[in-house]
Design a protein around this ligand. Structure first.
Ligand SMILES: Nc1ncnc2c1ncn2[C@@H]1O[C@H](COP(=O)(O)OP(=O)(O)OP(=O)(O)O)[C@@H](O)[C@H]1O
Length: 291
């Protein structure tokens, strides 16, 4: 092959449309009730406002908070894909402002005992989401249960939500410890961003990150990134009481503005993401591989 031909091939490769892969961000927390589902739903709204197509995958087996917050009850969940051969598109529920979501439901438990054929079918189906969404947000359960750790381990980008409360900080550290000590955890291939929620000042937020990052670097030889803070906000609570999402209910209030900044930070800080943009199907493939 001569020089000119090589060049033509390079140009051809560059122009070739590579299959789109969604950016997958897993949202987790050490303990329940610290605002994990609120962060997921509000970020989804903010991304939609930035013209990014978002799908939330609710992998939290607990209280189905995402559904309640989005005010839409799903008719189906992942088990309908696994056991009833439904197409992934049939189990997507439309929420407000164009945010759609998928409920993992009992399908998450069922994932423990899938045959190779079922796994292949599921992963192929999930690959469709990579073409439909720019960003998939995965809401995991809280704590160090295996199902939570497995999702976090399979995802290259993780948001860890913590409040300044000592119990939240301790539980965040327990989660980080369990993760770092797991042989399947790829430390260098994973970005963990800390979101400090319910803080009273910028300094409080920074302190949440500093405390966690200090122990992680000292005792686990790891590293955390700081994404930003969400202030304690009475409008946030008012929105929740009215089954509304603060980013839609009161877009000018301080917590909604903070979500806007967080979403911007995630989009703007994404220069090294293309390499990490492995997609949703790949996340599941890895999830099953780690078992
Ligand atoms: N920044 C905030 N300002 C005021 N209230 C907040 C804030 N963040 C969270 N809350 C309150 O905390 C409650 C719990 O939030 P959320 O349901 O998002 O937590 P969670 O971590 O997802 O809980 P679970 O683990 O049960 O799923 C909300 O109902 C809300 O009232």
């Amino acid at each position: 092959m001569d020089q000119a031909e090589k060049l033509r091939n390079v140009i051809k490769l560059k122009n070739q449309k590579l299959p789109q892969k969604a950016r997958v961000i897993t949202v987790t927390s050490g303990k329940g009730g610290v605002g994990k589902s609120s962060v997921t739903v509000n970020l989804a709204i903010q991304f939609q406002k930035m013209n990014k197509k978002v799908i939330i995958f609710d992998a939290d087996l607990g209280l189905a908070n995402v559904e309640v917050m989005l005010g839409a009850i799903p008719k189906h969940n992942l088990s309908d894909v696994i056991y009833r051969g439904m197409d992934i598109r049939q189990i997507i529920t439309e929420g407000p402002a164009g945010v759609s979501f998928i409920s993992g439901g009992s399908g998450i438990v069922g994932m423990n005992n899938l045959s190779k054929d079922q796994i292949t079918f599921l992963v192929r189906n999930l690959a469709q989401l990579d073409e439909m969404a720019d960003i998939v947000l995965v809401d995991t359960g809280a704590g160090i249960a295996d199902s939570v750790l497995e999702f976090v381990m399979a995802c290259p980008e993780v948001l860890l939500v913590s409040t300044p409360e000592p119990s939240s900080l301790t539980d965040s550290y327990s989660l980080l410890k369990a993760l770092h000590r797991n042989p399947n955890f790829a430390k260098s291939g994973t970005q963990i961003h800390v979101v400090a929620n319910r803080v009273n000042s910028v300094e409080d937020g920074q302190a949440v990150y500093d405390k966690l990052n200090t122990v992680v670097s000292q005792f686990l030889n790891g590293n955390l990134e700081y994404l930003g803070m969400i202030p304690q906000d009475s409008m946030f609570e008012k929105a929740i009481r009215q089954q509304q999402i603060v980013s839609l209910y009161a877009p000018e209030t301080k917590s909604a503005k903070a979500f806007e900044i967080l979403a911007n930070n995630l989009i703007e800080g994404a220069h090294d993401i293309p390499l990490m943009k492995r997609g949703f199907a790949q996340l599941f493939a890895e999830f099953f591989n780690n078992r």
